[in-house]
Design a protein around this ligand. Sequence first.
Ligand code: FCB
Length: 473
Amino acid sequence: MSPLTGHADSTPSDRSAVLHFPEGFLWGAGTAAYQVEGATAEDGRGPSIWDAFCARPGAVLNGHSGDPAADHYHRYAEDVDLMARLGLRAYRFSVSWSRVQPDGRGPLNPAGLDFYARLVDALLDRGIIPALTLYHWDLPQALQEQGGWGARETAARFADYASAVACRLGDRVPLWATVNEPWCAAFLGHAAGVHAPGLVDPALSLRTAHHLMLAHGLAAQALRAAADSRARVSVSLNLSPVGAATDTTADHEAARRIDGLLNRMFTNPLLLGAYPDDVQADTSHMTDWSFVRPGDEHTIASPIDLLGVNYYFPMTVAEGDAALGPSPWPGAETVRFRVPEERPVTAMGWPIEPAGLTKLLRWLHTRYPHIPLLVSENGAAFEDHVDRTGQVQDIERVCYLRDHLAAVHAAITAGVDVRGYFVWSLLDNFEWALGYSKRFGITYVDYTTQRRLFKSSARWYRDVMAANAVPSC
Ligand code: FCB
C-alpha cells in the first residue's frame, strides 16, 4: 500500500521483540538547504537572512557560516549515491528560496531551479522519493529589508515562490512541505534573537508567527493549483509534550502557557481553524492580534494531507520570578525549563525521552484524529569522532534511534496513523547558531576534505529500512 495514502495495522510493540512497521512505511532522512549546500554565492543565488546573520560578529559560534557546509550543492550526486547505498526510500531536503528567486520576488534564477531539478531527477533515478520543503528558515535578505516575516506581503511572496517551484517540479515531487518549524523561525528569530534575523521584539514575533502560518496556507493552496493532483501537501512543526515540574498551580499554569505557544498556537489554526483563546489572552498586553484578518484562519486551515512532526525532547517547566533575558516565549518569559536530573542528555543538552514521542503522537491523534502524521525530524547530536580503525562508532545514536522508533511503533500500535519517519540528519551539517560544533548526521562529514563516512547508526538504519523492522534490543 502507498505510504502516503494509507497502511495496514501493525503488530504490537514489545522491547524484546522485533518491531515490524506497517507495509509501505516511509523511511527517510533529512537535510536543509542552508545546513548542507554551501555555495552561497554561486550561480546567481542571492543572500538570505542566514548569510546576513552569520556575518554579524558573535551571532554564530566560532564565526561559522553555511559555507562550505557539506558542499552538497557540488556533491549532490555523490550524496544521492550514499542514499541509494543506504536504501533510503525518501529524502527530505529544502529549497533555498534565494537560490531560486534571489530577491524573493520577480525574476527566477534558472540555474537555481536547475539544481533542484537535477537533484530530484537523480533521486527518482535511484527510486528515492523526493520530499521537498519550501522554507527551512532562509528568507531572501531582500525581503527582510522590506519587513521580512513581519510584513504580511511576505506571505503572498511565499505563495508565488511556491507556485514557481511547483510549476517546475510539481510533476515529479510527490511530497511537499510548506514551512519547517514556524515556532523556531518566529520566536528564536524575532523574540530571542538567537536565529536569523536576530531580532528581539516579542510583539513582532507573534505577528511573524501568524504571517508564517498564513504563508503556509497560501502556499498549500498554490501547491494544489500548480502541482500534480497526486502531490501530498504537509507542514512540519516542532512539537513537544509539556509537563509541569511540580504539582503547584503556578507550574501547571506555566505548562499551559508553553504548550499554548509551542504546540496549540500552530496546530489549532492549522487543524481546527482558530488560534487558541488562552494564547491570545496571555499575550494581549503586547499585541491586540489585529494582524489576524478575517479569513486568515480559514486560509491557514486549508486542507493538508499529512502533518510533519519534528520531535527532539519533551519540556518540563516551572514558573520563575523574572525573565532572565530575551526569551523565545512571548508572554511566558519567566518560565524556567528543567532537565530532570536522572535523564541522559544529548550533546545539545537535550533530555533523551523516547516516551515523549509516543505521548506526542497520541496527543495529536486524540486532538486532531483525522490528520495522518509523519515524523519529519528526529535524531540527536553526540560527540562523534573517527576512531583508530577509521570508524565512527556512534552507539549512543543507535540507541537513541532504536528507542525513538520503538516509541513510534508503540503509537502506531495504539492506533495512531503514522506514515513514516525521517531521521535528522543524513549528513553532519551546519547546526545554525552552533555552527559546525554539533554533529547530527548518521553520515560523518570531514569538513576539511568533505569526505563522507557512514557512522554505525547509518549501517544500523540501513538494516532497519531493509527489514522494515527494528531489531530487538
Ligand atoms: C530542528 C531544525 C533542523 C535541525 C534540528 C537539530 O529544529 O529543523 O534544521 O537544526 O533541529
